[in-house]
Design a protein around this ligand. Structure first.
Ligand SMILES: Nc1nc2c(c(=O)[nH]1)N[C@H]1C(S)=C(S)[C@@H](COP(=O)(O)OP(=O)(O)OC[C@H]3O[C@@H](n4cnc5c(=O)[nH]c(N)nc54)[C@H](O)[C@@H]3O)O[C@H]1N2
Ligand SMILES: Nc1nc2c(c(=O)[nH]1)N[C@H]1C(S)=C(S)[C@@H](COP(=O)(O)OP(=O)(O)OC[C@H]3O[C@@H](n4cnc5c(=O)[nH]c(N)nc54)[C@H](O)[C@@H]3O)O[C@H]1N2
Ligand code: SF4
Ligand SMILES: [Mo]
Length: 719
């Protein structure tokens, strides 16, 4: 350090008036890295220091987002008062006025159009307590069947497949500590290096111990850089790729027949299906040489231990559910689950992507991963909630379908918490139009997001630094996020906001909590005996044991590190093998003369989701301040696309303008655009509305587009 800098810091040190340490967890991805944010006061100025804190999942590591996540939380644009739209302009109002408006509008809408005319839209970035309470708000507070959440776009394929095949959906069937024990690792459509950076050391350790790593991705990502074998698959062809691997396993005699016979159902049908399949044709359709796929199958099949990880690359497809099932077929056929160095991982996305999908935000689900369609589950939860089973609404529709119902004016009022659907939903133009039709729209957010500006009322929510609660991380480990900072201005914690709304709707008696811990205690009971059983966990235990892996059925239970050691979670204790077709039932868009390229979408390391938070962080925004399109230079030459310039990307739904970036790391028939930007750069303007028939996941990862030089005047005329 230069002398002048030293003096500067010494002076600062001298002038420091106070220092406050906030214990917390990063608000972003599913790693939930523990950290401290230290606020130092120097007169009117404040300085923030971030420090990683040791924990069983990330050992104190932090990535660039975690290091800078204080920036949005202390940003001047944080909402500090409820904002009501009056004559088209937002004006600050008191909480009393805001809540009275909610009461009036929601009551009127339900009186005129029935209780299901209200929709609740939640998030997997809120705590378990809040996820639980939002489900209870919909069913008890508002008595509507319509609730779903942003995790539909994230974990729906993996969750439904895990449940159908293994009987239980926990992202990782073992803990991350198992990774270095594996001899072979398959990473399908997961870019861990950019999306869960603090998980990378586990893979590095495995590599150093000699593990063979196979990455399946249309791009040579930073994750692919560590692979021994990279299968540069054509977007959307992963089901066929897995089938090709399975056929090779059969041909090479690499199926673990003993495991299959003792522990699975469905082998006969799968075998027949694979026997009929044309190996060359299947491989050809993936765009990857057969010899490479065969190599992957042989290495994985012969390895004594191995793990398969999938993420949104294979899951965000209109056949995402079946594609995950096919990767689970690979795991089961080779008997690589329930023992050391083995298992499957659906790499969870959001901070509480795991817990957010367990406690009742899904339209068909009740807490503890219970089903809203099971009589027994309904009766159990009704007892916990103190209501009659007949008063518990039934199953609603998925997140995007809720937007369709809004567009049809079947849903007339909406309560949105912690999501930005006009940027994150597919067919985003339609979604924006739909939200404009609502009679009354309330959004709770930290900021005036692209969606919040469309609301009639915006409620200021407390940030992660200000809101205590539990988060279930990528491993299925429930962690307690402490929070001692005072909510910014007059913002309130999400659970407080939910209770306020329930109270003005006349249901206060069911929502009389005074702390997150009280809500957790009720959640424990609600989850008791369910698949995701949290009953044995208490805040005290979570503090001293630094997190507990579910299921944890009683207070003496240590939590469950490795699932399926003895048996699977179906009633007959067996896992299910299923034949998976190469082609999706809901056809994916294929390139045509007019739209000759595949579009795939995803993330960069320094931004998070729709970017509302990371675009507010100067350190993060500086790395990528605008959106871009990755294109192979040969493709660019073919279509006359200049490098480093603004170009127009067009699909059948609309067009966006992004900067061109050339790279040989992407397939020649594919372009990649991240989804962290809005308005003219909102890539979801291009994505079709088609959904997976089983889990209702959209196909964010493969559609057809064309790319043109950008001509602002021509574009203005066409609008
Ligand atoms: N930096 C950062 N980290 C994040 C997030 C973020 O926004 N930014 N978001 C968090 C959340 S909510 C989530 S869900 C996770 C997402 O984590 P990931 O799923 O790992 O992230 P993506 O970039 O969406 O997609 C992963 C990879 O899939 C590849 N891919 C695209 N199409 C296909 C295909 O057809 N087949 C295959 N095999 N691969 C394909 C992409 O090229 C990309 O490299 O990340 C979490 N972590
Ligand atoms: N094209 C394309 N689209 C995608 C994806 C893709 O890969 N490609 N991925 C999908 C996936 S995996 C996901 S998870 C979704 C995510 O989609 P969204 O849920 O829409 O994304 P976020 O940016 O997390 O939106 C969160 C909003 O809540 C606010 N917020 C943050 N913290 C809090 C809080 O504690 N309380 C409250 N009340 N508000 C808060 C933020 O300011 C922000 O406005 O996007 C999906 N969309
Ligand atoms: S973004 Fe994910 S990996 Fe990075 S610090 Fe936050 S929780 Fe950890
Ligand atoms: Mo996600």
């Amino acid at each position: 350090m230069k002398h002048s800098m030293l003096t500067y810091y010494r002076e600062k040190q001298l002038n420091m008036e106070s220092e406050t340490i906030f214990e917390t967890q990063c608000p972003f991805c599913s790693m939930q890295c523990k950290k401290q944010v230290i606020e130092q006061k120097y007169g009117k100025r404040k300085r923030y220091v971030t420090r990683g804190v040791d924990n069983p999942t990330t050992q104190g590591r932090l990535c660039i987002k975690g290091m800078n996540a204080y920036q949005h939380a202390v940003h001047k644009d944080r909402l500090t008062e409820p904002m009501m739209k009056k004559n088209g302009e937002f004006v600050p109002v008191s909480w009393e006025e805001a809540l009275e408006l909610i009461r009036r509008k929601f009551t009127l809408i339900q009186k005129q159009s029935g209780s299901d005319s209200l929709g609740v839209y939640g998030s997997a970035s809120i705590t378990n307590e809040e996820s639980y309470l939002l489900g209870k708000l919909a069913r008890v507070g508002l008595q509507t069947k319509h609730i779903d959440y942003n995790g539909r776009f994230c974990m729906a394929s993996a969750a439904t497949a895990g449940k159908a095949v293994l009987g239980i959906d926990r992202g990782l069937t073992s803990s991350l500590h198992e990774i270095p024990e594996a001899e072979c690792l398959i990473l399908a459509g997961t870019n861990i290096a950019e999306c869960q950076p603090t998980m990378m050391p586990y893979f590095e350790e495995a590599r150093q111990k000699g593990a063979y790593i196979i990455v399946i991705d249309p791009r040579e990502t930073e994750t692919a850089a560590m692979a021994d074998l990279h299968l540069k698959v054509k977007p959307g062809r992963d089901a066929a790729l897995a089938n090709t691997m399975i056929k090779v396993l059969f041909q090479e005699g690499l199926v673990d027949e003993k495991f299959v016979k003792n522990k699975t159902n469905g082998f006969g049908d799968l075998k027949k299906h694979i026997e009929k399949m044309d190996l060359e044709a299947a491989a050809e359709s993936t765009g990857v040489p057969l010899k490479d796929i065969a190599k992957a199958a042989k290495v994985f099949g012969k390895a004594g231990s191995g793990m398969v990880f999938t993420a949104r690359g294979i899951e965000q497809q209109t056949d995402g559910h079946m594609t995950v099932r096919n990767f689970l077929n690979l795991v089961l056929l080779t008997g690589k689950i329930g023992r050391k160095g083995c298992g499957y991982g659906a790499v969870t996305g959001q901070g509480n992507g795991q817990g957010g999908r367990e406690h009742g935000q899904k339209c068909d689900q009740l807490p503890g991963y219970r089903s809203i369609e099971s009589r027994e589950d309904r009766e159990y939860i009704s007892r916990v909630w103190g209501i009659e089973e007949k008063d518990l609404p039934g199953k609603g529709v998925s997140a995007y379908e809720m937007m369709e119902k809004v567009h049809e004016k079947e849903i007339k009022g909406m309560f949105l918490m912690c999501s930005n659907p006009v940027v994150s939903n597919p067919n985003a133009g339609f979604v924006k139009e739909a939200l404009g039709k609502l009679d009354f729209f309330v959004a709770a957010d930290l900021f005036m997001s692209e969606t919040a500006v469309l609301a009639d009322l915006v409620l200021p929510a407390a940030s992660y630094l200000e809101d205590e609660g539990t988060m279930t991380n990528v491993e299925g480990r429930v962690t307690l996020r402490e929070a001692s900072r005072k909510p910014a201005g007059n913002s309130r914690r999400d659970w407080e906001i939910i209770c306020d709304v329930a109270r003005v709707m006349g249901k206060g008696e069911f929502f009389s909590y005074t702390s997150a811990e009280e809500i957790f205690d009720e959640l424990r009971t609600a989850s008791r005996g369910g698949a995701a059983d949290y009953y044995g966990m208490t805040y005290e235990r979570l503090r001293t044991e630094k997190g507990i892996l579910w299921p944890c059925p009683d207070t003496k239970h240590p939590g469950t590190v490795r699932l399926f050691e003895k048996e699977f979670a179906h009633e007959d204790k067996r896992a299910l093998l299923t034949p998976v077709t190469n082609e999706a039932e809901v056809a994916k868009e294929e390139p045509t003369a007019a739209y000759p390229l595949y579009l795939t979408t995803g993330r960069v390391a320094s931004h998070y989701l729709t970017g509302v938070q990371t675009r507010k962080s100067s350190n993060l925004a500086a790395r990528f301040f605008e959106s871009f399109m990755e294109m192979h230079p040969e493709t660019a030459e073919k279509y006359g696309i200049p490098e480093g310039e603004l170009v127009e990307v067009q699909s059948r739904r609309g067009s966006i303008v992004v900067r061109s970036v050339f790279t040989e790391k992407i397939r020649e028939d594919t372009i990649f655009v991240p989804f962290h930007w809005a308005e003219q750069q909102n890539v979801n303007m291009l994505i079709p509305k088609d959904l997976d028939p089983i889990c209702r996941m959209p196909g964010y990862k493969s559609s057809a587009v064309c790319v043109k030089r950008y001509n602002p005047e021509a574009k203005a005329r066409s609008v």
